[in-house]
Design a binder for this molecule. Structure first.
Ligand code: FAD
Length: 426
């Protein structure tokens, strides 16, 4: 039995099904769960969500006799400093895939070796650990979703772990102040495992059965909105999967999340470089990009999506696809411009899913049909047949007859300042 172990937390802000925390509680007399607030990383609208998630985690650790240590600065330096302070024999983390996370893990491993501490990584960020599945034809990861989905579905799962009953925090260690966000908490998403678990229960009880029919309905609120909770690890994706009986379509989406994590592990520059370079020359049209960001392209379905993002820090998946496609295909603006904008505003914005999906849409990623074009007018008719979604975010089109609302070229000019379409849509 070890005396003290530090668990450095990052995207695993929960006590349920937390392999690193569970192992620390099993191996050591005292456990120091630690979160380091890195001022170099501004999380935009996610700052409030993070602060709420940490407060909730501290609360539930205290309820188990433990605590959450919070420090500020560089995560590696702070983790090693605290580990030395408590003479820890080990530092545990949940393994993650972004370039930043892997650099942190590498440096931490080096520092632990230098200080003769055990450094261990654990699963928990995804359902199947990234890197666990290799295509039979060779290669270090799956490039195409469908064969990955098959292998993923057959892969053995680890056991879902209970929350530790008791966490013993060493005496004399200062817990440290929690971050306080200056932004008001967002109405749609309040951070923390407690809220996450309640939402998960409601979702599984009342809504998941409707997912296959409803997930593409733009105006309906028929997807789980669990994205931000998965992004910060307030929920275990494995536990969510294990409870999603009968929700095959929903589980398939969770598999997409794992898919992009294993792509990111193999290609950590996913947020910068083309995964599959195609020699595309992008237009440097800042005015067009700005109009797109503000939801002023003159194409109602695109503008509705972009304004939903600005207003809520969230956008429906179908709208993410068609707004992204509009930027890269119609405006021919670099996917990186759009991806940065999304990443800065989304509550669920993360590296694998955001950049993986952007590259998929741009044809530089994992789509087997990289020249696919999404027609926004057809999409609007199909997925917003009453124009309810468009009108919700573009109140200036309230009085415009439904027939005209999809077709930018038919909109009467001068509808309370609504712009003419940036590009021809016929
Ligand atoms: P649900 O439909 O209820 O799905 C449940 C969960 O499955 C999601 O929370 C998510 O974790 C996962 N999931 C669903 N669809 C996808 C997908 N296509 N790829 C990967 N995982 C998926 N998702 C993010 O989590 N973070 C992002 O930064 C992000 N950026 C995106 C950018 C673009 C251009 C596009 C087209 C999609 C992006 N997505 C991203 C995927 C998807 O749009 C969101 O996961 C989903 O809309 C979140 O809402 P929800 O939680 O209600 O999802």
């Amino acid at each position: 039995m070890m005396e003290n172990v530090v668990v450095l937390l990052n995207r695993d802000l929960r006590v349920h099904d937390h392999p690193a925390l569970a192992a620390a509680c099993a191996h050591a007399r005292h456990v120091v769960p630690l979160f380091v607030v890195d001022p170099a990383l501004s999380a935009g609208p996610r700052t409030a969500f993070l602060a709420e998630s940490l407060a909730d985690l501290r609360e539930s650790l205290r309820g188990r006799g433990g605590d959450l240590a919070v420090r500020w600065g560089d995560p590696v330096a702070q983790a090693v400093r605290l580990a030395r302070e408590v003479s820890a024999q080990g530092v545990y983390v949940s393994e993650d895939v972004s370039a930043l996370a892997r650099r942190r893990q590498r440096l931490l491993a080096e520092e632990c070796e230098r200080n003769r501490m055990e450094f261990l990584t654990f699963p928990g960020v995804t359902i199947v650990p990234p890197g666990a599945l290799r295509p039979s034809g060779g290669g270090d990861h799956y490039r195409v979703f469908t064969p990955y989905w098959r292998a993923w579905s057959d892969h053995r799962r680890r056991r879902v772990l209970d929350a530790p009953e008791k966490v013993s925090f060493p005496e004399g260690v200062e817990a440290g102040p929690l971050p306080v966000s200056r932004r008001a908490s967002h109405g749609l998403f309040r951070g923390g495992e407690t809220v996450a678990r309640e939402r998960m229960r409601q979702w599984l009880k009342y809504c998941v059965d409707d997912y296959a029919d409803g997930h593409d309905d733009l105006a309906g609120n028929r997807t789980s909105k669990l994205g931000p909770y998965l992004r910060f690890g307030c929920l275990s994706p494995l536990e969510l999967e294990s409870l999603s009986e009968g929700g095959a379509d929903f589980v398939r989406q969770l598999c997409w999340r794992d898919f992009f994590h294993q792509v990111t592990l193999a290609f950590p520059r996913i947020n910068r470089d083309d995964y599959r370079p195609r020699g595309q020359v992008w237009r440097d049209d800042r005015d067009a990009a700005q109009a797109w960001k503000e939801g002023r392209t003159g194409v109602p379905i695109v503008d509705a999506g972009m304004r939903q993002l600005l207003a809520e820090g969230w956008m429906h998946n179908r709208a993410r696809m068609l707004t992204a496609s509009f930027l890269v295909r119609r405006l021919q603006v670099d996917w990186r411009v759009g991806a940065e904008h999304f990443f800065g505003l989304l509550f669920d914005g993360d590296v694998p899913n955001n950049y993986g999906n952007w590259q998929w849409v741009a044809g530089t990623g994992n789509d087997t049909r990289p020249n696919r074009i999404v027609n926004p007018v057809r999409q609007a008719r199909r997925f917003d047949p009453e124009g309810e979604y468009i009108r919700r975010y573009l109140p200036e089109l309230d009085a415009v007859p439904i027939k005209m609302i999809y077709e930018p070229w038919r909109l009467p000019r001068g509808v309370r300042g609504y712009p003419a379409p940036l590009v021809s849509m016929d």
